[in-house]
Design a protein. Structure first.
Length: 278
């Protein structure tokens, strides 16, 4: 094994994109490729509990979206419409033809966009705490009144949590029961991005335009996961997404907030591993 100081001096793996953006990525393990797309509150480090597990069976690709350190976007505020193209460029650079995708929250925008554009290249898809670019108003299973009522409640809960110094993406239970995890999540989030995340959230929400009919093109298995105490993404919408997919499956996480992969890795990891290996 090379001395650690020698390895630390090696340049970071950054893929230069045509528009001047740079994409940081890491590759671990061997086997079929799995790409991990993080959420708005993180970067490639967010998957610290998943990479060692998945890398025993797969070539695990963890990357930071453009605009999230150590990746770079020359525009400053990243455009999520570019994320699926960025993933395609990264997979091309790594000479990966077929891939399994895991998208958490914002990463679901990346994963679903890529899957819709390249359905034959995707072997399986995990959508965690996300409906990606799917239009919530056109997903079967919820009413406008139900969605509006949940959004009003969620806004109040998010304001309450922020007022208490807590991240809505982690939730009150994680902060109370697993304070170390809550602290780590906060620190990764602070490292990852220094732009206006609420402005970014508006860009993401504006891209939720894919009708339920378009989801029929996704014939591969899709695992949709939701924490039942999520105050960021309505768990009922995640369940509705699973119902709109030809091979969709919904798995709820009780007593869990917006980040099942972070808060409940002990359940998340074996479930996702079994699903991806099937």
């Amino acid at each position: 094994m090379r001395p650690i100081l020698t390895r630390l001096r090696e340049p970071m793996p950054l893929l230069s994109l045509k528009d001047g953006a740079r994409l940081y990525y890491e590759v671990h393990g061997k086997g079929p490729a799995v790409a991990l797309a993080h959420g708005l509150g993180g970067n490639h480090l967010s998957w610290w509990q998943q990479v060692p597990v998945l890398a025993r069976h797969f070539t695990c690709i963890a990357f930071a979206h453009r605009g999230f350190a150590p990746s770079h976007d020359p525009a400053g505020m990243p455009d999520p419409a570019r994320y699926a193209d960025d993933l395609e460029a990264l997979l091309g650079h790594l000479e990966v033809e077929y891939v399994r995708l895991v998208g958490q929250s914002m990463g679901g925008w990346t994963a679903l966009d890529f899957a819709l554009r390249h359905p034959a290249r995707v072997k399986a898809l995990v959508m965690s705490a996300t409906i990606g670019t799917a239009d919530p108003a056109r997903l079967p299973g919820t009413t406008a009144q139900e969605r509006s009522r949940w959004e009003d409640w969620a806004r109040g809960e998010q304001a309450r949590l922020k007022g208490a110094g807590l991240y809505p993406a982690t939730g009150e239970r994680m902060a109370r029961e697993q304070p170390q995890l809550h602290h780590l999540y906060q620190q990764i989030g602070r490292l990852a991005a220094d732009f206006d995340r609420e402005a970014m959230r508006k860009r993401l929400w504006a891209r939720r335009t894919v009708p339920a009919e378009a989801l029929a093109a996704l014939r591969h298995p899709v695992l949709c996961l939701a924490g039942l105490e999520d105050v960021v993404i309505n768990p009922a919408l995640v369940k509705a997404l699973a119902g709109a997919l030809p091979a969709g499956r919904f798995e709820p996480f009780p007593e869990t907030g917006h980040s099942p992969y972070f808060e409940r890795a002990g359940r998340f990891n074996p479930m996702v591993l079994e699903f991806l290996a099937a």
